[in-house]
Design a protein around this ligand. Sequence first.
Ligand SMILES: [Zn+2]
Length: 251
Amino acid sequence: MDSIRIDELTWVDVKEKIENGYKTVIFGVGSTEQHGPSLPEKTDALQADQFANILALELGNALQAPTISVGYSEYHLNFPGTISLRKSTLSAIIEDYIDSLARHGFENIIVFISHGGNEEPVKDILPKMCEKYPDKKIFYYYTQEILPAIREMGQKYRLTLGEIGSHAGDMEASIMLHYAPDLVKKDRFVEGYTKVMTPRVQKKSRAEGFNAVSESGVVGDQRKASAEKGKNYIDNFKSIVVNYVKRKLSE
Ligand SMILES: [Zn+2]
């Protein structure tokens, strides 16, 4: 079987596939930012790429455009290695992606976001794109409807939501152990900030930098992370994401 990744195909293949019913295209928007002392900076980029790939395969008749591996991460810049686009830059990149893909005849364009900072820049530009292409379905996915699945994982593995964590906690550490164990420095796993990220704390992390909330850069507890659990997280999220997207496509 041919790859479903546009950048691994020739233009002839892409043209043929679109003519043969590949009317949906998906791309991930991740980040290159610190994920604590143990996880690589590409953690969100890798997740965006993998989830977009899973989603495209599950939907069928869908292609995957190249993942945008750098996002809006200004509040992580106090940690070495983080690269941040301005929000306006990221919005402009999304606009250019959609303009390009729309031109080739895709009818559905889905943006898969794996990093919270990217939601606002994507949200800012999508209404304009929907207005420009009224015959196309253009929307994004970012964590909609997965909270019950996260709670279930917490019950199964006896973890609080704070330990599962919103940034480099049990969930992301486990997912990275599953996908890229060679990039994970397990001996540096730490307990980070494990209290609930209230809007006030979130605001503080954005205004003063993430290190003002967690010195290690971790929100969550990585110490019980495992590859097996990582696969479990992904399996549990998969059907939720696929069903959500299918529903949006049939609206
Ligand atoms: Zn992350």
